[in-house]
Design a protein around this ligand. Structure first.
Ligand code: WQD
Length: 333
């Protein structure tokens, strides 16, 4: 199939493009390269052993977006493009609503205009807000506690309403838990700009010696070792979930949301130990107070995705750490 991938040069988008090409789809990346590297496209093509096209397009440029989609005539769209830092969203909420919500509206308008009615949307477990119970099923209350999560929930709701208005429309929203890892080739991976917000890239920087130590945000949580527990999912497992979601959109109309997590939680200390054994490097750390907005545990109930997408996460923490280290150590530092 012809598949357009917005934000396809980004972390999860690039890994998904590798899998799409591997499944013999024809891929067009639409990216404004605001938070991704152009040379990632060549890496994707090299890994897949196949060419793919790229269009430098910003979702707020409706005319360019429309021309690009008209020309490529995608049969389905995977929509990653957006801003995704919780802290930044608190400081710049209007940017987040403009890029994530208006950008998605422009995309959906142009898709409708050209008659493309199959969509997979990159959503997030932040739509749940503070977990009332774990593991979290899709029926958990939706109560985002930050503008980033609000934008993801708004776009999910826009997609649902579009599905009600257009009988042939088929959409899947994938609610990611904690994406980590890198392609086993070590050629693509997560390359956050500036100081990493998330645990795994920060740990990798410490192991690479470019940051002196990790700050563990609290060791007095109600968890087995007192440090935060999260549902980490390997980005390659995430990529295969997108392929399964695209296939589901081909089975008929309707809009659904699925948790994309492993259902297995790991603590910060477990991550540190696993990274040390995966990299052979020390990861010195210090313990500070809790980070505002943090919770003790988030964990997915992935059973609906397992059933309806016939998909499950297969890669364990050791693989996540080994793959990140191969990528990170190949970038020097
Ligand atoms: C994981 C654990 C921290 C950094 C965020 C976003 C969420 C999603 C995934 C987009 C927690 C601890 C972290 C550090 C630490 N992104 N930690 N020291 O907060 O679960 O989720 O990323 O969709 O929207 O909220 O991930 O990697 O920041 O934290 O101790 O330097 O590691 O307290 O327990 P989080 P994280």
């Amino acid at each position: 199939m012809r598949i357009a991938v917005t934000g396809g040069a980004g972390y999860i988008g690039s890994h998904t493009c590798v899998e799409l090409l591997g499944a013999d789809h024809e891929v067009l990346i639409l990216d404004n390269f605001a938070n991704s590297e152009r040379d990632m496209v060549a890496e994707i093509a090299a890994i897949a052993g196949k060419p793919l096209d790229t269009a430098e397009v910003d979702l707020d440029d409706r005319a360019a977006l429309g021309r690009t989609l008209e020309q490529f005539a995608p049969e389905a769209v995977v929509h990653f493009a957006g801003l995704k830092a919780v802290g930044e969203a608190m400081e710049k909420p209007l940017d987040y609503y403009r890029v994530n919500v208006t950008g998605s509206l422009n995309l959906l308008d142009e898709m409708t205009r050209i008659g493309c009615e199959r969509l997979v949307f990159s959503s997030s477990a932040t739509v749940y807000g503070m977990p009332e119970h774990v593991p979290i099923p899709e029926t958990h209350p939706l109560a985002p506690t930050n503008p980033y999560g609000q934008t993801k929930l708004m776009v999910e709701r826009i997609i649902e309403d579009l599905g009600r208005a257009r009988p042939a429309f088929s959409g899947v929203s994938l609610r990611y838990f904690n994406p980590v890892g890198a392609h086993p080739s070590g050629r693509i991976g997560e390359a956050p700009r500036g100081v990493p917000n998330n645990l795994m890239p920060f740990v990798a920087d410490v192991a690479a010696g470019v940051r002196p130590q990790l700050t563990v945000y609290g060791d007095d949580w109600d968890t087995p070792d007192g440090t935060g527990v999260r549902d980490y999912i390997h980005v390659m497992d995430l990529a295969t979930a997108h392929l399964a979601a695209i296939d589901l959109t081909g089975e008929g109309p309707g809009v659904r949301a699925f948790n994309v997590g492993s259902g297995r939680g790991y603590s910060v200390m477990e991550m540190i130990r696993a990274f040390e054994s995966g990299s052979g490097r020390e990861v010195p750390y210090t313990v500070s107070g809790r980070r505002p907005g943090d919770v003790a545990i988030t964990l997915a109930d992935p059973s609906l995705a397992e059933r309806r997408l016939n998909w499950r996460a297969t890669r364990d923490l050791a693989t996540m750490c080994e793959d990140v280290w191969r990528w990170r150590s190949g970038r020097g530092g």
